[in-house]
Design a protein around this ligand. Structure first.
Ligand code: PRX
Length: 569
């Protein structure tokens, strides 16, 4: 039996795309990475071309691009098939008026159509806005309304959650499956694809700064903000796919996130396809058996998931895992929330692999702090800065702090993945750059003498539950829409499985009694109107809430401090 060094996990000897971190870090330039792309010579830029068409032109048309599994259903598509499908879909969308710079929202489950819609929209130079399939009406409405979106691609089920009447900007709704006659403004893509033949040359060239995708993300104030990325992000995404995901020609790669979350788009579509990998798309929600079955049947070799999912698998126990052959897995990665050392040890003890933590944010466009397969891992650390990325731990005045000191995790600007803008919110965009030349993440961290970075929490009230970013303001606003709720304060409460859970403190209106039924109803109110992950798992009735003296803002920090104290008792 191998004895695991619990302090530092050395890499397994092997051939990796990046074998020497230090050397690469010292000599790296982003310009050298741009050489990989034909636009260096031609000036013709489009992410969709680099993900799909290019590989067909290079002679890899028959290689499997997408392997879809959902229960017993299984379908594979080659790069050529994806090219044909997305050209055809783009032809239809163009016929319906979609053009460069338009927002196209994509509200679909984890299904090949979702991936095809993303690529087709990008082929037209549109800005793809994937929406998480569990979003309820108001989450969908807020996002489309913010961009005055004219187009959405969805299916007949999710259509029920698109509040058309409240979205005057929405001109056309496309349904991916089914030919039944829909109401006015709702178009069956199946019908249209039969009527309108595909055009071979449909792809629109753009420039590197052109809008690529929009992801709405929460902070501690206000509604979610639309973060827009540019096509230039491909430079960063390609290279992290190569070195961090370590994708090689024969790899089968599975990122478990839905494209509605930035990981599901950047590392579920762009980075692996830029590296010509076969991607696995698993249709269902989390289910330990299904996940193990997927790993076994599709022979996943590179697997990118999140700590909560790993903890859920860990909780299922080894007996279940032993029923499956996971020997194809050679590289495991994690993102989105702190990866506890216990989970890394579980990975080593049961699957025999290290789990490589990575850190980044929606706004950063790609991974910035990483663990590489060729480098030692310090359990509890998110890793070291990716080559080309300079980080610092800053104090409140923007001065650099020495190793071993907690402070604001900041990144020197610019880098290719960095967001292009926050939609219609220059002030918010500027707020990320309070000190000249630095992007300040909102995370608190410590960097040690060897350059390894250790996450210490957030400097604001943002909640991270199962890796999903939840803004307390959004939940509080929804809670007080309920007739029984007078005031609400929402925090993240530490949770062994989910990292944090949403906990709400509420003051009831006069005449309402704190019964279990009422609390249940309030919880469902948030769940069905906003999103399941945002609904408070715990609600505590209080008679008053701590507030700032001058502006009367709820002091969430104090609520959190009280909660932490209770947990320690
Ligand atoms: O607090 C950090 C946490 O997730 C935030 C970013 O969330 P989001 O924009 O939804 O992007 C998630 C996936 C890219 C960060 O500010 N976070 C992300 N990765 C880690 C993490 N916290 C601890 N460890 C990580 N590896």
């Amino acid at each position: 039996m191998t004895v695991i060094d619990r302090q530092q996990l050395e890499p397994v000897q092997g051939t990796y795309n990046l074998s020497n971190y230090q050397e690469a870090y010292e000599s790296f330039t982003w310009d050298s990475i741009s050489q990989h792309f034909s636009w260096q010579q031609t000036g013709l830029v489009n992410m969709a071309y680099e993900c799909i068409d290019r590989h067909v032109e290079d002679g890899f048309g028959d290689k499997i691009a997408l392997h879809y599994v959902n229960g017993d259903e299984e379908v594979k598509y080659s790069f050529r098939e994806v090219q044909e499908k997305t050209n055809h879909l783009a032809t239809v969308l163009k016929h319906h008026g979609i053009k460069k710079g338009d927002f196209v929202f994509i509200f679909l489950p984890k299904h090949p159509d979702c991936y095809f819609a993303m690529i087709a929209a990008i082929k037209l130079g549109a800005i793809a806005g994937p929406l998480f399939e569990a979003f309820m009406e108001e989450a969908v409405r807020d996002r489309i309304a913010d961009c005055e979106g004219k187009y959405i691609i969805t299916d007949a089920d999710l259509l029920q959650r698109v509040p058309k009447q409240e979205l005057p900007s929405l001109e056309k709704i496309f349904i991916t499956e089914g030919k039944q006659s829909f109401e006015e403004g709702v178009i069956s893509l199946e019908d249209e694809m039969e009527k309108i033949p595909a055009k071979g040359k449909i792809l629109e060239w753009v420039d590197l700064e052109h809008g690529l995708n929009i992801h709405y993300t929460s902070g501690s104030t206000g509604k979610p903000k639309g973060i827009i990325h540019a096509h230039r992000a491909m430079i960063h995404q390609y290279q992290t796919g190569k070195w961090v995901l370590d994708i090689k020609e024969d790899d089968v790669y599975w990122c478990t996130a839905h494209p509605g979350w930035v990981t599901g788009t950047v590392y579920g579509i762009f980075a692996p396809w830029l590296n010509r990998a076969t991607i696995v798309v698993n249709g269902g929600r989390f289910d330990a058996k299904e996940w193990y079955k997927t790993l076994e049947s599709t022979k996943v070799s590179v697997w990118y998931s999140a700590p909560t999912a790993y903890r859920m698998l860990m909780a299922e126990g080894e007996n279940l895992q032993k029923q499956y052959d996971l020997s194809a897995v050679r590289h495991m990665l994690s993102v989105g929330e702190p990866l506890n050392p216990e989970v890394i040890y579980w990975g080593m003890d049961t699957i025999g692999k290290r789990i490589h933590d990575t850190w980044w944010m929606t706004e950063t466009g790609a991974q910035l702090i990483v663990n590489l397969p060729s480098a030692p891992i310090k359990p509890g650390s998110m890793g070291r800065p990716f080559p080309g990325i300079e980080i610092a731990i800053l104090d409140d005045n923007g001065d650099k702090l020495p190793a071993g000191t907690i402070g604001h995790l900041a990144i020197q600007t610019p880098w290719p993945g960095l967001m292009r803008e926050v939609w219609k919110n220059k002030e918010k965009y500027q707020s990320y750059f309070p000190f000249n030349g630095w992007y300040v993440s909102g995370d608190l961290a410590i960097q040690d003498e060897d350059g390894y970075v250790f996450f210490q929490g957030r400097s604001d009230d943002m909640i991270n539950s199962s890796g999903e970013r939840i803004g307390p303001f959004e939940v509080e606003s929804k809670l007080i829409e309920h007739p029984a709720v007078a005031e609400a304060g929402v925090i993240g409460k530490p949770d062994p499985l989910r990292g944090e859970i949403v906990k709400a403190f509420i003051i009831l209106r006069k005449g309402f009694e704190a019964t279990d039924d009422l609390l249940d109803e309030i919880r469902k109110f948030v769940k069905t109107r906003l999103a399941a992950h945002a609904a408070p798992r715990e609600i505590e009735i209080v008679s008053e809430l701590p507030k700032t003296k001058i502006s009367g803002k709820i002091l969430r920090r104090e609520l959190k401090a009280r909660e932490l104290q209770k947990l320690q008792k």
